[in-house]
Design a protein around this ligand. Structure first.
Ligand SMILES: NC(=O)c1ccc[n+]([C@@H]2O[C@H](COP(=O)([O-])OP(=O)(O)OC[C@H]3O[C@@H](n4cnc5c(N)ncnc54)[C@H](O)[C@@H]3O)[C@@H](O)[C@H]2O)c1
Length: 250
C-alpha cells in the first residue's frame, strides 16, 4: 500500500464506521496519524477505532447536525490539540424516482452528502486557519461529473454540489494555507453498492463501461486520499480527481 509520513498529524474521517471511510481511517493510521473516527453508528465507529494500528478514538455524531459537528471538532481539539486533515466521506444514497421520492429522502441526500461538508469545513476550517495549514478531502463521486445514475437524483445533485463546494472552498481557504480537493470514486465494492453485485445484468453493463474491467475496492481510494493529504500534493487544490478504473475521462 502507498504510504506517506503523517506522524504528528490528526485526521478526522466522517462516516468511517465501514466501507471507504473505514479504509481511509486505517490508511491514515498506518501512516502514523492520530485518527478521529466519526460515524452516526456508535458500534461501527468503535469497531473501526478499535482496529487502528495507531492512536485514535470514535467520535459519534450525526454530520447533518451543525451543532453536533461543532461539538465533535471542539472535543477533538480538547483531546488532541490540533486537527490537520478532514475527510468528508459520510454519505447516503436514497433510491427512488423523482416522482416517488419523499421530501425526507431528498433532504437526507442533500444534508448528508453536501451540507455536512459545509458544517465540517466551517468548523475545521476555523481551526486550520488559526494553525495556518490544513487539508480537506471531499469524497464526491463520478455521479457528480455528468454521469447520472438511475433513481438517484438526490445523490447525483448532492455529489455535483460537493464538487462545486470543493472548488469554492479551495478558492476561499487557499489564503489560509488550507488545500481542498475532491476524490470522485467510480463503483467501489462496499455495502452501498452491494445491490449492484446482486444484479448480473447491471454488473455486466457497469463492467463493460470500465476500461480496467473491474470494480474498485476501498483501498483503491485510500492511496489517492493519502497522496492528496501529503506534501507531494502541496500545489494541488480545487481539483476533483476520478478514481474509477478509467470510466470517466475528462
Ligand atoms: N461505494 C461506491 O461505489 C461509491 C462511489 C462513489 C462515491 N462514494 C462515496 O463514498 C462515501 C463512502 O461510501 P461507502 O460506499 O463506503 O458507503 P457505506 O454506506 O458503506 O458507508 C457510509 C458510512 O457513512 C455513515 N453515515 C451515514 N450517514 C451519516 C451521518 N449523518 N453522520 C455520520 N455518519 C454517517 C454510515 O453509518 C456508514 O458507516 C460516500 O460519500 C459515498 O457517496 C461511494
Amino acid at each position: 500500500m502507498f504510504s506517506v509520513n503523517l506522524r504528528g498529524k490528526v485526521a478526522l474521517v466522517t462516516g468511517a464506521g465501514r466501507g471507504i471511510g473505514k479504509a481511509i481511517a486505517q490508511g491514515f493510521s498506518d501512516c502514523g496519524a492520530k485518527v478521529a473516527v466519526n460515524d452516526i453508528d456508535p458500534q461501527t465507529a468503535a469497531l473501526t477505532a478499535g482496529t487502528l494500528t495507531g492512536d485514535g478514538d470514535a467520535y459519534v455524531a450525526d454530520v447533518r447536525d451543525s451543532a453536533a459537528v461543532q461539538r465533535m471538532i471542539d472535543q477533538i481539539m480538547t483531546d488532541y490539540g490540533r486537527l490537520d486533515i478532514l475527510v468528508n466521506n459520510a454519505g447516503v444514497e436514497p433510491v427512488a424516482s423523482i416522482l416517488e421520492m419523499t421530501d425526507e429522502q431528498w433532504a437526507d441526500a442533500l444534508s448528508t452528502n453536501l451540507s455536512a461538508a459545509f458544517y465540517t469545513s466551517r468548523s475545521a476550517g476555523r481551526v486550520m486557519k488559526t494553525a495556518g495549514e490544513g487539508v480537506i478531502v471531499n469524497i464526491a463521486s463520478i455521479a457528480g461529473h455528468n454521469i447520472p445514475i438511475a433513481l438517484r437524483s438526490g445523490y447525483v445533485a448532492s455529489k455535483a454540489g460537493m464538487i462545486g463546494f470543493t472548488r469554492e472552498c479551495a478558492r476561499e481557504f487557499a489564503a489560509y494555507g488550507i488545500r481542498v480537493n475532491a476524490v470522485c470514486p467510480g463503483v467501489i465494492e462496499t455495502e452501498m453498492t452491494a445491490h449492484l453485485r446482486q444484479n448480473e445484468a447491471q454488473m455486466k453493463k457497469w463492467l463493460d463501461d470500465i476500461p480496467q474491467k473491474r470494480l474498485g475496492i476501498p483501498e483503491d481510494v485510500v492511496g489517492t486520499v493519502l497522496f492528496l493529504c501529503s506534501d507531494a500534493a502541496r500545489y494541488i487544490t480545487g481539483q476533483a480527481l476520478n478514481v474509477d478504473g478509467g470510466k470517466v475521462m475528462l
